[in-house]
Design a binder for this molecule. Structure first.
Ligand SMILES: Cc1ncc(COP(=O)(O)O)c(C=O)c1O
Length: 409
């Protein structure tokens, strides 16, 4: 007879042997010590090599012409939008299901974020919703590959083209994801990544901007380094901030990048196992498999949960039961960005020119994102680095809760 762990029974996912994250791979200690002992800690000086090396390796891995390493994923977005010459009062389309930096990078330039709904199956921008959000002030979009699952470029790019809009790919979650054989981040005009500790390429903090456009890249070089351009420390060609990555981050990230492809293979293998495990459980489902996704990167692994199929067991109670069974899971971005306290018409109006047209954010109700926020159960990517048997035990936990759901309602 089943006894839920919440009620004192044994955990169903005892075998779930999730490795510590972040982990310190072979080579990381050596690289970081090399920086420490070299006493060359800042890329501005000639002896510095590690940030250069990391940029080169990251660009190679992505088959990108240029990569500019920066302090974190938030400033990567800010630099990207400045590279594209976003001006105060311009409007930039953003999804409401994402981390706030996707939209706050827009307001940091005194531009106006306009929210475009997401597709509830993929959690990414719904290409069919773009046209409704475009105005004569719209200059581009920041799209997000949520959890590492790529945007549908086949549907999205023609729409952006019709309106002559740029695309910044916020690939903070998508280290290693490919669309039709191309790494994401390099398909739009500019791509940005985050290497914050929870990400699958972890440098504690860190970010990078990638592009194939020589002119944009030159601008990025200038903008990430307080307007310097010719190696002269005290000559500045543009008023810009300091977004540089440290040599320590570069050294650590070089070692992490060596591990990423094999780790993503493990995650992919275990994702398939987990999909098999939950295939026969009604109404808990993963995002659709799609042949155009030729490789997957991961930040999270998302499931859509329907309480009706679990005898009315609420999502929060389901997550509580899952946690008790030994599975780390949560709700993800539980509210659309337009309901974040930071987004009201007044707070954004205070940042943008007086003639800008700021939406009434608090009155928005976009059905796709509302559904995603209400139904998502998400797990961190390192769950998929456990052994296959461990990952399969997540299925045992889900089925056990399904069987016992009536006693929890
Ligand atoms: C989608 C997305 N964009 C941007 C960022 C910002 O990255 P960072 O935390 O490195 O500033 C994050 C961080 O979690 C993110 O999830």
């Amino acid at each position: 007879m089943d006894e839920l762990a919440l009620r004192g029974g044994p955990e169903a996912a005892q075998a779930l042997d999730i490795p510590d994250w972040p982990r310190c791979p072979d080579g990381a200690r050596e690289n970081v010590l090399d920086v420490l002992e070299s006493e060359s800690w800042c890329r501005v000086y000639d002896d510095a090599q590690w940030v250069d090396r990391f940029e080169e390796r990251f660009a190679d891995y992505h088959d990108a012409d240029h990569a500019i390493a920066v302090a974190n994923g938030t400033v990567a977005l800010e630099v990207a939008l400045r590279m594209l010459d976003v001006q105060p009062g311009d409007e930039v389309l953003v999804p409401p299901y994402t981390f706030i930096a996707t939209a706050s990078a827009v307001t940091s330039l005194s531009a106006v974020p306009r929210f475009v709904d997401v597709d509830p199956d993929t959690y990414n921008v719904d290409p069919d919703a773009v046209a409704d959000a475009v105005t004569d002030r719209t200059v581009g979009m920041v799209g997000v590959h949520v959890a590492g699952y790529p945007m549908d470029f086949d549907a999205l790019l023609p729409v952006l083209d019709d309106y002559d809009l740029f695309l910044v790919e916020d690939a903070a979650h998508a280290q290693g994801t490919e669309w039709r054989g191309e790494k994401v981040g390099t398909i739009g005009d500019v791509g940005t990544f985050s290497f914050q500790e929870s990400k699958s390429l972890a440098g504690g903090e860190g970010g990078i901007v990638v592009t194939d456009d020589d002119v944009l890249a030159e601008r990025g070089q200038l903008l990430h380094n307080i307007g310097r351009q010719d190696g002269s420390v005290y000559r500045h060609y543009e008023l810009a901030s300091n977004a540089r990555m440290t040599e320590f981050q570069g050294a650590l990230l070089c070692a992490q990048l060596d591990e990423l492809p094999a780790e993503n293979e493990t995650r992919r293998h275990n994702e398939r196992a987990l999909r098999e495990e939950i295939a026969d459980v009604d109404d808990i489902s993963a995002k659709p498999e799609d042949d155009r996704i030729t490789a997957r990167g991961y930040c999270l692994f998302d499931l859509a949960y329907d309480p009706d199929a679990f005898d009315g067991l609420s999502r929060d109670r389901f997550i509580e039961a899952l946690n008790a069974e030994g599975v780390p899971a949560g709700t993800g971005y539980a509210i659309p960005l337009y309901r974040q306290p930071a987004f009201s018409r007044a707070t954004v109006e205070a940042l943008v020119p007086a003639d800008a047209d700021v939406p009434a954010y608090r009155s928005l109700h976009l059905p796709g994102v509302e559904e995603v926020c209400a139904t998502t159960v998400t797990m961190p990517h390192e769950v998929l680095l456990a052994s296959e048997a461990g990952v399969r035990s997540v299925g045992d936990a889900v089925r056990k809760i399904r069987r016992c759901a009536p006693e929890l309602v």
